[in-house]
Design a protein around this ligand. Structure first.
Ligand SMILES: [Zn+2]
Length: 314
C-alpha cells in the first residue's frame, strides 16, 4: 500500500460465506458442499494466496504463490530478460514448482531458459503444439537436459496447486492441438498459423476468488469459449487477453466474464500501441477497474479465498 498506489479491496459474497460457515459449524462439518453460483468453492484457504503480474516489459509473466507451491505463468520476452529475472529476484522466490507456458511466442517463453538456469523448476506445462522456433526448441532441450518433465495441457485438465487452489484448463481442446500439429508438420518451416489462439486458457480458483488467464487468445477464440463454457467463465479478475490488443476482449466475452478488475501486462511505449483504446473503452463500459504494469508496475493480488485485495506498486 504505497503512497499513491492503487489500493482496492473487495468483499466477496461475505454474507453468503458467513452463512455457509455458520451452517457448516452447526452441522459439525469442517467444510461445506453448498456454494454460491454453482461454480464457487466455499472452503476458506488455510494460507493466503499471492498473485503477482510482474512488471517485466512487453510480455506476460505472472507469479502465483499458493502458500504450498510457486507457479509461474509465462516468462516475458527475450529482450525483457533482465527485467523479468529482476522481478523474480525482487519477489524472493527460490524455486518454481510449476511453469505454465501458454503458447510458443517469444513474449511468453523468452525467459524460460534463464529461469531454468537460475531456479529449480519442478515441472513445465505447455500447449503441446510444436514450433520450429529456436526459443521453443531451446527450452525443450534444456528441460530434457535438466530432467524437467514437460506435459501438454488441454481442455478438461485440472492442476492442483496446493492449499485448495486449482487451475482448470479451458483450452486449447485436444482436437485443436491435433489439427495445429498437423499443420505445423505439413509446413515445418512455418510456425502454427494462429499461435495466439492456441494459448492455454484457464481459471484459477482460490476458494471463492476466481481469476481467468487467457494468454493471447483473440476474439474468435473468446467467442468459442463463451459458447462452450458460458457463465463458467465468470471471474473476479481477468488477465487482459493479448496485452490489451483490439483483436481481443470482445464485448460478448467481457460481459460473460464480467470481471471487477482487468489487469494488463505490457511494456511502456511498446511498438504495438498496447493497450489499444477500443478494449479500454469496453472495460470502462463494463465498469471494470483496469490496472496496467506499464503504469502501475507489478500488480499484486492477495486472497484468503473469501476477500481479495489488488494493488499496483505505483
Ligand atoms: Zn503476447
Amino acid at each position: 500500500m504505497t503512497d499513491g498506489g492503487a489500493f482496492m479491496k473487495h468483499r466477496l459474497f461475505l454474507f453468503a460465506v458467513s452463512l455457509l460457515m455458520t451452517c457448516a459449524f452447526i452441522a459439525g462439518c469442517s467444510s461445506s458442499t453448498a456454494n454460491s453460483g454453482g461454480t464457487h468453492s466455499d472452503a476458506a484457504l488455510s494460507k493466503t494466496v499471492t498473485i503477482r503480474m510482474l512488471d517485466a516489459g512487453q510480455g506476460d509473466a505472472i507469479l502465483i504463490d499458493t502458500g504450498a507451491e510457486v507457479v509461474l505463468i509465462d516468462t516475458s520476452d527475450v529482450d525483457e530478460r533482465k527485467l523479468f529475472m529482476g522481478a523474480l529476484e525482487k519477489a524472493g522466490i527460490d524455486k518454481v514448482d510449476k511453469l505454465i507456458l501458454t503458447h510458443a511466442h517469444a513474449d511468453h517463453i523468452g525467459g524460460a531458459e534463464p529461469l531454468m538456469k537460475k531456479y529449480q523448476v519442478g515441472a513445465i506445462y505447455d500447449n503441446g503444439i510444436a514450433s520450429t522456433s529456436k526459443l521453443f526448441t531451446g527450452y525443450r532441450k534444456m528441460a530434457k537436459e535438466k530432467g524437467i518433465p514437460v506435459t501438454a495441457l488441454k481442455a478438461g485438465d485440472r492442476l492442483d496447486l496446493g492449499n485448495g487452489v486449482s487451475f482448470r484448463v479451458l483450452g486449447p481442446s485436444a482436437d485443436r492441438v491435433r489439427a495445429e500439429n498437423q499443420r505445423v508438420k505439413k509446413n515445418s518451416k512455418d510456425d502454427a498459423p494462429s499461435p495466439n489462439n492456441d494459448s492455454i486458457v484457464g481459471m484459477l480458483q482460490c476458494g471463492d476468488f476466481r481469476m481467468l488467464f487467457t494468454g493471447d487468445a483473440e476474439a474468435v477464440m473468446e467467442k468459442e469459449y463463451v459458447a462452450e463454457y458460458g457463465d463458467e467463465l465468470s471471474a473476479d479478475v481477468l488477465k487482459s487477453p493479448h496485452h490489451g490488443s483490439k483483436t481481443s476482449s470482445c464485448s460478448e466475452f467481457l460481459k460473460t466474464v464480467s470481471p471487477a478488475y482487468v489487469v494488463i501486462s505490457l511494456g511502456e511505449g511498446n511498438d504495438y500501441g498496447h493497450p489499444h483504446k477500443e478494449p479500454l473503452k469496453r472495460y470502462a463500459k463494463l465498469g471494470a477497474e483496469v490496472l496496467e504494469t506499464d503504469i502501475n508496475g507489478t500488480i499484486t493480488i492477495t486472497t484468503d479465498g473469501r476477500d481479495y485485495q489488488i494493488e499496483g506498486e505505483r
